[in-house]
Design a protein around this ligand. Structure first.
Ligand SMILES: [Zn+2]
Length: 59
């Protein structure tokens, strides 16, 4: 994962941080549903369509 990718995920990370975990659209393929897997260790967002993902601690 590059820093450039983070920029594309940022809007979704902000949405997830504010409690939104449904109806998230992939910023890359624009059509895939993004699944949120969140626990105390890390947050992971993954597109069901193109399989791009971001993972880490985002607060
Ligand atoms: Zn996608």
């Amino acid at each position: 994962m590059s820093d450039d990718d983070i920029i594309h995920w940022q809007d979704l990370l902000d949405a997830v941080a504010s409690g939104r975990v449904q109806d998230l659209r992939c910023p890359f393929c624009k059509k895939g549903e993004v699944v949120v897997d969140k626990n105390v260790e890390r947050t992971r967002l993954e597109c069901r369509s193109c399989r791009r993902f971001v993972e880490g601690r985002f607060e």
